[in-house]
Design a protein around this ligand. Structure first.
Ligand SMILES: Nc1ncnc2c1ncn2[C@@H]1O[C@H](COP(=O)(O)OP(=O)(O)OP(=O)(O)O)[C@@H](O)[C@H]1O
Ligand SMILES: [Mg+2]
Length: 281
């Protein structure tokens, strides 16, 4: 189970995030980025954060630690922003926290070099979880103490939005052409050889066990929360063995809105000029 803490102070909203996550302090003296259950993106975004965040960590990728955060909306009473007030009011009880990395900066592919082994691991992992939200438009990676950290796994595993079609959906390929690390010659074959054997039924079962029951109850088509957990395992397990053969790395698209669905990201993509492939600053 994820560690559980109680929020003691709402510090500030993170306005870059479409779901309006906030920085909070908790009773373990830790500082967290809190993703709210009351956010419009819905609880499946939080389930995806837990399944993929925990999976990434278990595979040795850098993902900040996750925690369950109990929130009493009363701590936000002094917050002047009405939108934030509403979010806090709608999110009493259990929320998701991610360890806050102080002083981290957003990943910039023109300012930071990534070796092809690390790029391969990240692209392979994103292909496994079908992450549509690690593009050059919205990298969702941070650089902290010189290392690359992966955040924001809410827009992954599209199949959990339509369980009857999950097996077919999870068998589909992954287009990494717009992936922010596509320009670093990702060594996908080596990453698959290293990581795919680690994605066992046992590991996936442990990862799914970290998802709080509260976010799985009453899922249509399932009798128990463990049955829903099982569905995550069954979608990811076969995909792990073969997805490296179905990753495409074509030319990145230019000025076009993000392919990430707006209802997941909460905002349209922000087009910026694409740099020449292979160039680095
Ligand atoms: N663990 C962290 N430590 C420091 N800063 C963070 C952390 N997690 C998120 N942030 C900052 O908050 C921003 C929003 O976080 P995140 O991308 O997870 O939110 P989101 O609402 O899901 O965003 P999106 O609009 O990409 O869907 C990030 O771009 C980053 O600047
Ligand atoms: Mg984000």
């Amino acid at each position: 189970m994820l560690p559980e803490v109680t929020a003691t102070r709402y510090v500030t909203p993170l306005r870059e995030g479409g779901s309006l996550p906030g920085i909070v302090e908790a009773d373990d003296l830790g500082t967290y980025v809190m993703k709210f259950t009351g956010a419009g993106q819905g609880r499946k975004t939080l389930v995806a954060e837990v399944v993929c965040g925990q999976l990434g960590r278990r595979l040795g990728l850098r993902v900040p630690e996750l925690a369950r955060i109990q929130l009493d909306p009363v701590i936000g009473l002094g917050e002047p922003d009405e939108e934030v007030q509403e979010l806090l009011k709608a999110s009493g009880g259990l929320n998701l926290g991610m360890d806050y990395l102080p002083g981290s900066i957003g990943f910039d592919p023109l300012a930071y070099e990534v070796d092809s082994a690390e790029a391969g691991r990240v692209v392979w992992f994103d292909a496994l979880i079908n992450n549509v939200d690690r593009s050059w438009r919205n990298p969702n990676m941070l650089v902290w103490h010189g290392d690359l950290w992966l955040i924001d796994h809410g827009a992954t595993m599209i199949w959990h939005h339509n369980w009857p079609g999950a097996a077919a959906s999870a068998a589909k390929p992954y287009d990494a052409s717009d992936h922010v690390l596509a320009r670093f010659q990702p060594d996908i074959a080596s990453a698959a050889a290293e990581l795919a054997p680690l994605v066992t039924e046992e590991l996936l079962t442990e990862v799914a066990a970290d998802v709080p029951d509260e976010w799985l109850v009453d899922e249509p088509g399932f009798d128990t929360t463990d049955a829903v957990r099982r569905a995550y395992v069954e979608a990811l397990l076969p995909r792990a063995g073969t997805i490296h053969t179905r990753i495409t790395l074509g030319e990145p698209t230019a000025e076009r809105p993000s392919q990430a669905p707006g209802w997941l990201t909460g905002r349209p993509g922000r087009p910026v000029p694409v740099a020449e492939k292979g160039a680095s600053a």
